[in-house]
Ligand binder design. Structure first.
Ligand code: HEC
Length: 178
């Protein structure tokens, strides 16, 4: 069998292209570059640039989603990922990271934090607070509301008024009290 020159050439070209794509010259974000007068590879967007996602993000931050079970479940899942390492599963601030030297966060069950609006928790997640850094890059706006709802649920779980308990739980409480 004789090899046809054209298919062979096409194959060689494809292979050559693959190799070239593997080793393209590029800049990393904070590298120096002689291309621009300020000597930086990473340039500011031109003045007046509007992010296409910014209006949707702002709207999602301003609108508190309706509280339902799905939101709380999402909040618990995200809280377990992003907040438990410091704030611990119940929100007392005894997470793994503070136990290794990071400043200890305040308990969510203090009088002051029990009374904050969920929006305040959304703002702390968005902007950070003191030594706690912002989670804006990792937690999208709707998830911030979900986490805030879950933190409010955690607070209620540790400080529920007796009238909210089921008859069965009230009975258990009465039995437990000496
Ligand atoms: C790396 C550890 C760490 C993680 C992770 C973390 N926090 Fe914090 N958080 C802190 C510390 C420390 C403080 C206290 C900061 C200070 O007072 O300087 C704090 C404070 C707070 C406060 C109280 C602000 C106030 O008014 O006192 C809230 C609310 C809060 N965090 C929510 C969250 C939520 C929600 C998450 C998850 C999205 C989260 N934090 C993740 C460490 C953390």
């Amino acid at each position: 069998m004789t090899l046809q020159p054209l298919p062979l050439l096409v194959c060689l070209l494809i292979l050559a292209a693959c190799d070239g794509m593997d080793h393209q010259p590029r800049y990393d974000d904070y590298e120096e570059s002689s291309l621009f007068s300020d000597g930086k590879a990473l340039q500011h967007p031109p003045e007046g640039t509007v992010s296409r996602s910014a209006p949707a993000q702002t709207a999602a931050l301003q609108t508190r989603p309706p509280m339902d079970r799905a939101l709380l479940e999402r909040g618990k899942e995200r809280y377990d990922i992003f907040c438990v390492p410091c704030h611990d599963p119940a929100g007392y601030g005894h997470g793994r990271i503070p136990s290794r030297g990071f400043p200890t966060p305040p308990s969510f069950h203090s009088e002051r934090l029990r009374n904050v609006d969920p929006r305040y928790i959304v703002d702390v997640i968005s902007d950070g607070y003191g030594v706690m850094y912002s989670y804006a890059g990792r937690v999208p706006p709707r998830d911030r509301w979900a986490i805030a709802a879950y933190v409010k649920a955690l607070q209620l779980s540790q400080d529920a008024p007796e009238r909210l308990l089921s008859a069965e739980d009230r009975q258990k409480l009465a039995e437990a009290q000496p």
